[in-house]
Design a protein around this ligand. Structure first.
Ligand code: FMN
Length: 142
């Protein structure tokens, strides 16, 4: 079964809400998912993933250091041709999401459109995150 792995950092749980909504959308499409806080994740979690979604809040114009370290460690895995998604919550700038996107792209991943939410996601925004999760799931089912 195709598999989506979702790894996120968060401080006030807004990015976690985004991550959970993405997972819900993917589950609707019947793909296998693995959702983990970056503090509990390891590169082994990515090994058999067809798609990888990485999220972080924007913090001082950057992603969380824990997420950055996790991304750096992914360099040892061949991610070429797998599907990638960058997501997160932000206050006023998109630096974290942009940087995640560019790092995954540099690993040769096929990126889908980023999923960013300002502050705490409202119901409508969570629906959009679910739609993104469904979209990425359909892509790996192809
Ligand atoms: C210490 C701190 C620094 C922040 N720095 C930024 C920033 O540089 N740019 C930005 O867009 N938002 C910034 N924010 C806002 C967070 O990105 C926003 O509150 C987000 O929803 C937090 O997501 P989380 O609940 O997943 O941690 C900052 C928030 C905090 C608490």
């Amino acid at each position: 079964m195709p598999k989506l792995v979702i790894i996120y950092g968060t401080s006030m749980r807004n990015t976690e809400l985004v991550a959970r909504a993405i997972e819900e959308g993917a589950i609707r499409e019947g793909v296998e998912t693995l959702l983990k806080n970056v503090n509990d994740a390891s590169t082994n979690d990515i090994l058999n993933a067809d798609a990888v979604a990485i999220g972080s809040p924007n913090c001082r114009d950057a992603m969380m250091p824990t997420v950055k370290k996790f991304l750096k460690n992914l360099a040892c895995i061949d991610l070429r041709g797998r599907v990638g998604l960058a997501f997160g919550s932000y206050g006023w700038g998109l630096e974290a999401i942009d940087d995640i996107h560019n790092i995954l792209l540099s690993y040769g991943m096929e990126m889908v459109q980023d999923c960013g939410v300002k502050g705490k996601p409202e119901d409508e925004e969570l629906d959009e995150c679910r739609r993104v999760g469904s979209q990425i799931a359909r892509k790996i089912k192809e």
